[in-house]
Design a protein around this ligand. Sequence first.
Ligand SMILES: NC(=O)c1ccc[n+]([C@@H]2O[C@H](COP(=O)([O-])OP(=O)(O)OC[C@H]3O[C@@H](n4cnc5c(N)ncnc54)[C@H](O)[C@@H]3O)[C@@H](O)[C@H]2O)c1
Length: 455
Amino acid sequence: MSKRARESRQLTTKPLSSQGWELTAAAAGTMGGPAPAVAAPDATCTLLPLTSFPKNKIKVLLLENISHTAIEMFESERFQIETAPGALTEEELTEKLRDVHVLGIRSKMHVSDGALKAARRLLAIGCFCIGTNQVDLEAANRRGVPVFNAPFSNTRSVAELVIGEVIALARQLGDRSSELHRGTWKKVAKGCYEIRGKTLGIVGYGHIGSQVGVLAEMLGMHVKFFDIATKMPMGNNTAVATLDELLQASEFVTLHVPLSETTTNMISAPQLKQMKQGSYLINASRGSVVDLAALAEALREGHVAGAAVDVYPAEPEKNSDGFTTELQGLPNVILTPHIGGSTEEAQAAIGREVATSLIKYVNRGTTAGAVNFPELDFPQDCKSHRILNVHQNVPGVLRNVNSIISDLDVNIKAQMNMTDSNIGYLVMDLDKAVSHEVEAALRELPTSIKTRILY
Ligand SMILES: NC(=O)c1ccc[n+]([C@@H]2O[C@H](COP(=O)([O-])OP(=O)(O)OC[C@H]3O[C@@H](n4cnc5c(N)ncnc54)[C@H](O)[C@@H]3O)[C@@H](O)[C@H]2O)c1
C-alpha cells in the first residue's frame, strides 16, 4: 500500500468535522421509507442496504412561512424540519444555523457572512422567491454553500395578468369599475375595442414574454416581439429587428425584460413618441425600465390611451407603507402593487422548484440552477460511490486529487470538475472499496473547503 493510502486509512478514524463539514447525505430512498417525491438517482439505487448519512438526521430550517408543498417534499425525504413564520435576527439565525444542514428563506431573512461562518454543517440555502440579494452570495460561494431560487415558477401568473390587462385597457375596465363604485353609471362604447386582430408588441421574449405571445395569439391577436437574443418564435409570433419597429407596429406594447444597463429607461419620451397614437403600454417587468414621468405626460396628451403598471422604480417595503406615483389619477391607468407573480399556484410552484433543487443537491450533489456555484448535474452510477469536493480554485488542485487517485489505484467511473473565480466543484463516481479512503484524503487537502460522500 502506498504511503498516501496508509495515511488516508488513518484519517478515516478522525472526526469528520476537521474541514467543518461532517455531513454526508443519503442516496434517495435508501432508508426503506416511502419513495421520495423527487430526485431518486436511479430505481436500482434504492436497493442499496447502506446509507452514507441517515436522512432523518438532516435538519432543515424553513423560515418566513414557506409553502406547504416544500414541507411535504422534505417530509417525504424523512428530513427533520423546523419552521418559523417570520425572519430571525442575525444573532438568532447564527445560533440556529450551528446544526442546520439546509436553510430555506424568502425575501426578508438576510444571511450574512457572519451567520454562514457559524454554519459549519450547512449544505445549501434555498431562497423560496425570485431574488437572492438577501444572501451574501459571494460568502456562501467561498464557504462551499450553493444557493438556489425559483426564477420561473411565476411565469404563467405574470403572463395571465398581462393578458387580462390587455383586455381591461382596451375596454377601460378600471375606469368603468371605479365610476360605478362611486355611483356613476357611464355606459360608453367610444374608445373601447376588441383585442381580436390587434397587434401586441412584446419587448423581451424570454420565459414570460413568449408565454404572453402564445396566449395572445389564442385570443386572435397578431404578435410581434423584439429581443436582443435570437429567439425561436412560438406559433405565428414574429420577430422584428428593432425596438422602434415594434413600437410603430403595435396597438399594445408589453415589457418583459430584466433590469440592466440596456433596459433602464428603455421606454422614455422618444420611445413613447414612436408608439402608435392611441396605443397602450403594459409594464410588469422592472420599474426602472419605464420613465414614469414621460409616460404620465404621454397619457395626459392622449398619445398613449392607457397603461397597466405593476412595478415601480421604488416600491414600499411593506403593505402598510404609503405609495405615490405620477400615474395616480390618470384615466385608463391600471396600477397594481407588484402582484404579477403573486398567486397561490406560483407560491406552490416556488415551493416545489426550490425544494426539488435542495433535495437533488443533498441526495446527488446536483448544483444545476444554483445562482452562486459552478453548475454540475450528471446521473449517478449506483454501483459506485460519489464523492463531492468543493475546493479553492488555485492551480494544482486537480494534480493533487489525481495523485491521490493514482496512489490508491482507484478506478474512476466518472469525474467532472467545474470552477468559477473562487472555487472548484468536483464530482467523482468511483469504486466503493476505496471511496472512504479517497474521501478522507481529499478532505485533508489544504485546498479543500467541503467534502462529502454519497451512496
Ligand atoms: N411583476 C412581477 O411580479 C414579476 C414576476 C416575475 C418576473 N418579473 C420580471 O419580468 C421580467 C422578465 O422575466 P422572465 O422570466 O421572462 O425573464 P427572461 O430572462 O426569461 O427573459 C428576458 C428576456 O429579455 C431579453 N432582453 C434582455 N435585454 C433586452 C433588451 N435590451 N432588449 C430586448 N430584449 C432584452 C432577454 O434576451 C430575454 O429573452 C424580469 O424583469 C423579471 O424581473 C416580474
